[in-house]
Design a protein around this ligand. Structure first.
Ligand code: FMN
Length: 396
């Protein structure tokens, strides 16, 4: 889709003749502010808060500021190509909707609203293991649109195997295995607000409908929801996993497997050695290890190890188009968008998520063009300079 950004920009200017009283925000900070006005403390801080003193949340954003784009001129950027290929599929834009659990606490449209917005935009949706709506229902409303499934690797191997089977049967085309959450982190605001949505039955839709999970219960979740949720607390995560367990996943799915939460280059090396299909550099948006390295800081070294043998994606801190361009310049094939979509969902449900994605894509497309690049494949590190570095003069 060429000139996507310019088309959106012009359609926004056209509304000047006929101003819309229900106009949604454009500015990222205004989305967040509006979401704060709408949501109660519990759900708001569940989305906006991070682990501990939120140093890593901060580091994620600062890491983007450390790199500056050095635009080039007179390079014919009229017709642009934002498509990219992954696992044999062509996607319109280098963006995916990050896996986000418990979207039902944010807006009644919840997971289905976000998934529908992704269908409208041609953006792949990553269904979370912790969705409130079961993965099959999300798949059903998405038709043929691209979707991946995110696995929280349960302590019960039969539940894990069952989730993989169900995802495969429902047309999900890749599995994202989140490694950084074998247990909930120390999240000060959630503890202060005494807020853990799972305990009130949100975000457990995949478990309560899972035959393997339900086979462990004395009574069905309908008959005894409390016992079902208590069982969930016991099997949700698995802190005893090691690298050799990757073989279990490979035995139970033929889909490409991406590991989410890789930050250390040695873990990237292990991921290659254990034959996974992709890596997502992420610190879960600063929600797990407070004081952890910013995700963008970790990206270059991971990419250096991987050497394009498998795709490297990233998330944690993507807010604007220039963030996407910087992440790609540092080696990411694509990025995952998390909190911005959730603020969109809080403010205006499906329409809000669509608007956030559309604006982010337009901003990315225009930034790429103004920086002197016509296609996302042409974005390389030579586009950037770090705060101390020298400009690369070999850029063609
Ligand atoms: C409210 C919320 C719920 C999340 N739930 C999940 C989840 O279920 N599975 C997962 O892998 N990551 C989850 N994440 C992490 C996101 O996938 C992503 O890594 C993170 O949002 C990126 O940080 P950013 O949103 O600050 O850019 C969640 C994040 C938020 C904000």
């Amino acid at each position: 889709m060429s000139n996507f950004g310019n088309n959106i920009q012009f359609s926004i200017y056209q509304t000047m003749q006929n101003p819309d009283p229900n106009r949604l925000p454009i500015v990222f900070e205004e989305w967040e502010k509006k979401a704060r006005e709408i949501l109660e403390d519990g759900p708001y801080y569940y989305v906006a808060g991070g682990a501990g003193g939120e140093m890593t949340m901060e580091a994620n954003l600062q890491a983007f500021d450390r790199w500056k784009i050095v635009p080039r001129m007179l390079r014919n950027v009229e017709d642009r190509d934002t498509t990219f290929e992954l696992f044999g599929n062509t996607y319109n834009f280098p963006l995916l909707h990050a896996p986000i659990g418990v979207q039902s606490i944010i807006h009644e449209d919840g997971d289905l609203g976000s998934a529908r917005a992704c269908v409208e935009m041609g953006v792949p949706f990553i269904t979370s293991s912790a969705s409130t709506i079961p993965l099959e229902k999300i798949a059903e409303i998405m038709g043929d649109a691209p979707r991946w499934f995110q696995l929280y690797w349960s302590k019960d191997p039969e539940v894990t195997a069952s989730f993989l089977r169900r995802a495969e049967a429902s047309g999900y085309s890749a599995i994202v295995v989140t490694l950084d959450t074998p247990m909930m982190a120390w999240r000060e605001y959630d503890l202060k607000n005494v807020y853990l949505p799972f305990l009130i039955g949100e975000g457990v839709g995949n478990y309560l409908t899972d035959p393997a999970f339900c086979s462990r219960l004395e009574k069905s979740p309908k008959e005894d929801p409390t016992a079902a949720i208590m069982h969930w607390t016991k099997v949700f995560g698995n802190a005893s996993l090691t690298w050799s367990d990757i073989a279990f996943l490979k035995e139970h799915t033929n889909l490409p497997i991406l590991l989410k939460g890789i930050l250390h280059p040695d873990d990237a090396k292990l991921a290659l050695g254990y034959g996974v299909d992709g890596i997502i550099v992420s610190n879960h948006g600063g929600r797990q290890v407070d004081g952890a390295i910013g995700a963008l800081e970790a990206l270059p070294q991971v990419c250096e190890i991987v050497q394009d043998k498998i795709p490297v994606l990233m998330d944690s801190g993507i807010r604007r188009g220039s963030d996407v361009v910087k992440a790609m310049a540092l080696g990411a094939k694509a990025v995952l968008v998390g909190r911005p979509c959730m603020y969109g969902l809080a403010v205006a449900g499906q329409r809000g998520v669509k608007e956030v994605l559309q604006n982010l894509i337009a901003d990315m497309d225009i930034t790429m063009a103004l920086a002197g690049e016509r296609s996302i494949g042409g974005i390389t590190k030579s586009l950037l300079v770090d705060s101390k570095g020298e400009i690369d003069t070999d850029r063609l």
